[in-house]
Ligand binder design. Structure first.
Ligand SMILES: Cc1ncc(COP(=O)(O)O)c(C=O)c1O
Length: 365
């Protein structure tokens, strides 16, 4: 950037690091993309018609509050429409939380490691960030550290990413009861889990639960997320939302996907079944693998000779990439540096992955 332009840009913006999205490999071919927790199946067949219909009405603005979709989401989860907000992906809603509940004196907290967008949003708002570390390598929820973090807004990813672990519900309730702050439970992956914090909404006034159509409804490309909370908190979030934050086609796509329960259940059960098979395969190899409640699995690769660690994990990551299989490697934290994260794919994709893992082991003693 030249110095004249630099002089126009806010120093806070110049000094911050932007968010790095998961790698999107180029080319179609036979790539196996298991790196960004997308759904391996296309969206419900009802989605295409719903979107096409809206293309005939693109001269009109969309409904500003995504009214019909809010209503269906509320009905699906047995909540009031006033308890629901819809966003341009759940990222949009996470941003609204930061915008409404943090500033230079009201800080934001998160678990480290967890979703790396939280620091980006926090720095854009000019708020301070507290990263709470896990006390052990089992991703045990550090309840006391969260409660005493002194923040105004805390992001708790559950099921946790990148481990896939689902935290005990009684611990989340304890945090809600004792934390003098807003707790955002980011349930981006909750549809693949048997647990949710939705029932807590009846008892507490400081909970926001964020969800997404990106993962379980195969609509990552349409960018639709939503959140549940108290009507008062929803009102606050609505007051800082862009007016037309979700376009016509995306509102219709999400509505159609949510209406097709049979398709949703079918895709979900295929993914959960492949996740069990992956867990079984990896533990049979003797690899420490987290019991995931999400659509991905975190595992620690070990060579035939029994070696594990950073170099080993990177070696498998590179080997798979060379064979057109893309997984995720997070070298920047002690809890992830010796592991790789694999998004759950179709049966065919997973079989190819397992074959490649076997080949890598045979070539690496
Ligand atoms: C924990 C978590 N929250 C939120 C999101 C963002 O989801 P969306 O596509 O709805 O913005 C992701 C995406 O990977 C995620 O991992």
């Amino acid at each position: 950037m030249d110095s004249r332009l630099k002089s126009f840009v806010s120093p806070e913006i110049l000094s911050r690091e932007g968010y790095t999205p998961g790698f999107q490999p180029k080319g179609k071919g036979n790539l196996i993309k298991l790196n960004t927790n997308e759904n391996p199946f296309p969206p419900s067949p009802l989605v295409a018609n719903a979107v096409l219909e809206q293309t005939q009405r693109l001269q009109f603005y969309p409904n500003p509050s995504s009214h019909k979709l809010r209503n269906l989401i509320a009905e699906t989860h047995e909540l009031q429409e006033e308890q629901v907000i819809v966003g341009n992906g759940s990222d949009d809603i996470l941003n609204l939380c930061v915008r409404a509940f943090s500033d230079s004196t009201r800080s934001v907290g998160m678990l480290n490691p967890s979703y790396s967008l939280y620091p980006t949003l926090t720095s854009l708002q000019g708020s301070k960030l507290e990263q709470v570390e896990f006390s052990d390598d089992q991703f045990d929820l550090p309840v006391e550290k969260i409660i005493s973090s002194g923040v105004n807004l805390f992001f708790l990813t559950n099921p946790h990413a990148p481990s896939g672990l689902s935290f005990p519900q009684h611990k989340i309730l304890e945090i809600l009861n004792r934390l003098d702050a807003i707790l955002v439970v980011d349930e981006a992956y909750a549809d693949f889990s048997t647990k949710s914090s939705i029932s807590f909404l009846e008892y507490v006034d400081n909970l926001i639960i964020t969800r997404t159509f990106s993962k379980s409804y195969s609509l990552a490309g349409a960018r639709v997320g939503y959140a549940f909370s108290t009507p008062r908190i929803i009102e606050v979030l609505d007051s800082v939302r862009e007016v037309y934050n979700v376009d016509r086609m995306s509102q219709a796509a999400a509505f159609a996907a949510l209406s097709d329960k049979e398709y949703f259940e079918d895709c979900k059960s295929k993914i959960i079944s492949e996740r069990s098979k992956a867990h079984e395969f990896l533990t049979r190899l003797g690899w420490r693998t987290v019991e995931s409640q999400a659509n991905f699995i975190l595992t620690e690769p070990v060579t035939k000779g029994g070696k594990a660690g950073k170099i080993v994990a990177k070696s498998l990551f590179d080997y798979l990439e060379k064979h057109d299989i893309f997984v995720r490697y997070f070298p920047n934290h002690r809890l992830t540096e010796s592991k790789i994260r694999i998004s759950i794919g179709t049966e065919k994709q997973m079989t190819t992955l397992f074959q490649n893992i076997n080949n890598w082991q045979n070539e690496n003693s």
